[in-house]
Design a protein around this ligand. Sequence first.
Ligand SMILES: [Zn+2]
Ligand SMILES: [Zn+2]
Length: 329
Amino acid sequence: MKVKFWGTRGSLPSTFTSEHLQKYLKQNIAYASDPKTRIKEGQSIDDYLQTIPYDLTHTCGVNTSCIEIESGTPDEFMICDAGTGLRDLGIAYAKAGVFARPCTYHLFLTHLHWDHIQGFPFFAPAYIPGNKIIVHGYHPNIEEYFTNQMTPPCFPVPFKALGAEILFDIKMPWENFECCGFSMKAIQQNHPGISFGYRFEKEGKSIVYSTDCEHTENAHEDGYPFIEFFRDADILIFDAMYSLATASVTKVNWGHSNNFMGVKLAAKSHVKHLFLFHHEPSSDDEALRQFLLNTITYADFYHTQNKSKTKKRYPLKISLAHDGQEVEI
Ligand SMILES: [Zn+2]
Ligand SMILES: [Zn+2]
């Protein structure tokens, strides 16, 4: 089972400016100039690139929320949210030759905020006759919002001009369902206008996508429903847009959670791999990497305080989700 992140930013696409590029260049030039780590005689640049530390060659990315879960079914694709990452996903499919045949794209929507739907008008498969796109979600007015964002003066191409067959599968809040051999369930989340988290399960593996959710005081109570929803997940993709200080002082009721809350809930649910997601768009790579280190330090501390409950530290692993990243479980 594979997950690919196409967009990991929250609220707004982030920028990667010349200033950011120069920061990377500086670090890479220093690395390549060091006699201990410089390119070897006859070594290809591609081979050398593989030896450079990951953080010097990767950015956290710029796109808003969009992830893909490998369906395991030929000609069917499973995608969560239609942020700007959806555009890159469509381009990648075109390059891979997927457009040569009709396919079905399942799009699972958490909610209708702009950063989760703005990639759809740029999703190339939607323009191709023969394709089918099924938008699954729990908000009754999804079709209306998809149509409205493709109405002048916001966008020149009207929704009805799209070539693909587009269906809207609106579910009841308590409704579990199946898709491409996955058992799926959703949970209602605390967010302006309400959002929904999704849990995908197949062959004993589970992935939870839970973004745009503010966990408040009741998250510390016994029986908090998210503990069960996250239970034993192999991967938990979690809205960690803020630090604890920001979430509890300046951004209360903004509908987002923090990294420490992610650690606590993942620890209680025995999550294996926690991905910090929906990154603050104004944080650059350096700030996000420091944010990750702070999160890991806190996870170690939290485990020390709760050692009696589990021998292992849960979550076993913590990562920053970033655009283009693939994870296999
Ligand atoms: Zn969002
Ligand atoms: Zn939102």
